[in-house]
Design a protein around this ligand. Sequence first.
Ligand code: AMP
Length: 284
Amino acid sequence: MKIITTISEMYDHSDRLREQGDRIGFVPTMGFLHEGHLSLMRKAREENHALIVSIFINPTQFGPDEDYDSYPKDLESDASLCREVGCDVLFTPGADEMYPQGTLTTVSVAGLTETLCGASRPGHFDGVTTVVSKLFNIVRPHMVYFGLKDYQQYRVISRMVQDLNMNIRVIGLPTVREEDGLAMSSRNAHLYNDERAGALTLSRSLDAAREMIREGIRDPRAIEKKVAGIIESESTNRIDYVSVVNADDLTPLSSIERRALLAMAVFLGDTRLIDNTVLEISGD
Ligand code: AMP
């Protein structure tokens, strides 16, 4: 596995791959890799001639009071996990390499970014779409792999690729969870014991919501209320948002007709976790 840190070397490498007709699969990450990341990498490995993974903790997607400085890092362990999965290139540019003169250009997706995490993290998605565009231009992948754990991010990036005719296939893959249901996240490393216990209410509340759908409940507010109650039953937890929205355009819903997204963000102490599920009404 090659480790590349400069944009010029990454361009040259991708040029060579494309010249020899290789299909490039790409998994962008912020590192501190876990099974969630590895599931994307394994799928990309299967479906492409070359697998490129990036690790870049992008400063422009963090707000001033967020955890950019304390975001967990372990490049050595990440590199050996990438090797094990059969990654061809690990691209790890520094912030100076990616933003040598800041940036005057922003890629911004309207609408889809105005709700959920977009509402509580102003500027976050502009940071994401701008850096992902840069990474796509540098790596020039054919296929890119994103986790549905970040459902809104997946929708936003899919729409950006479509609107800007990027000629890239965006694949969304299911959330990988710990055995007890907690969605894997690099940020889980920051949880203290009591917070780790409190964090279980997130996946438990998703189960409860799915159960309500099975019981025939279609009122988004009733589901939000039940879910919020479960999360707030633990004193470690502070809700940022709990919302049931249209699963396609993320707009508010007054009744669940077919497919809805239940999404949440919850603070456990200083650590903010997100989780979601798609609530589907079966046709029978
Ligand atoms: P991050 O390093 O958190 O920016 O995540 C990089 C990619 O991994 C994104 O596409 C995430 O959606 C995906 N990802 C993170 N956690 C999980 C998980 N538990 N299951 C599946 N994909 C995940």
